[in-house]
Design a protein around this ligand. Structure first.
Ligand code: SF4
Length: 195
């Protein structure tokens, strides 16, 4: 297993340097097909997030940026016709952000993007371990700083699994389908940690 092999020779400083270098490389080389790294991050968020989270507020919480920076990102993506805004039918105060067909097509063609390529160097087992480690670090750090950790709907303590792909959210009191259960949510509270 890759991680146990590396852990033998890790010092605390080496771990920090690795993490910093990893982040720097992603940030510096994430420019692709005319989009900046943060614009790719926003598109991937809109692909992964459920309908309750696909808002400017949700994206701001996910990126950890200021409202002004996120607004600029959204304006740029709208200008490229990769996303579109949709006012909620039930609540006009809620403006949802959706990928357009062009946005979906771009993401589908994004298999060669740097984060995907870096992940592909790991076996599926090590990818799962990596995700678990990063999730644990982010969740702990963000909970201390008042940030939103997000997380998979099906791992939420409010998720009620039903039959035939018909599920229920006990917090928002709405029906969820199978696709919803595999999305990330701003309201998610992990079922794996103490409330
Ligand atoms: S069950 Fe949890 S993660 Fe899923 S929609 Fe409800 S609050 Fe969000």
């Amino acid at each position: 297993m890759v991680f146990s092999r590396y852990s033998i020779r890790m010092t605390v400083n080496y771990e920090i340097d690795l993490l910093s270098r990893f982040a720097r490389i992603l940030a510096a080389q994430g420019y692709d097909r005319g989009l900046q790294p943060v614009q790719w991050q926003a598109l991937r968020f809109l692909e992964a997030a459920n309908r309750f989270s696909r808002t400017a507020k949700g994206l701001t919480a996910w990126l950890g940026q200021t409202k002004g920076s996120v607004s600029q990102t959204l304006i740029a993506l709208e200008g490229k016709k990769l996303i579109a805004r949709e006012t909620d039918n039930a609540d006009a105060r809620v403006v949802r952000l959706n990928l357009t067909q062009a946005g979906r097509a771009l993401l589908a063609d994004g298999q060669t993007s740097l984060p995907r390529r870096m992940l592909s160097h790991l076996s599926s087992g090590d990818q799962a371990l990596f995700v678990g480690f990063v999730e644990a670090m982010l969740r702990t750090e963000l909970s201390k700083s008042g940030g939103r950790p997000f997380g998979l709907c099906s791992d939420c303590r409010h998720f009620r699994s039903g039959t035939a792909g018909q599920h229920y959210c006990a917090l928002l009191r709405v029906q969820l389908n199978e696709l919803d259960s595999q999305k990330i949510c701003i309201e998610q509270e992990s079922s794996h940690v103490e409330a």
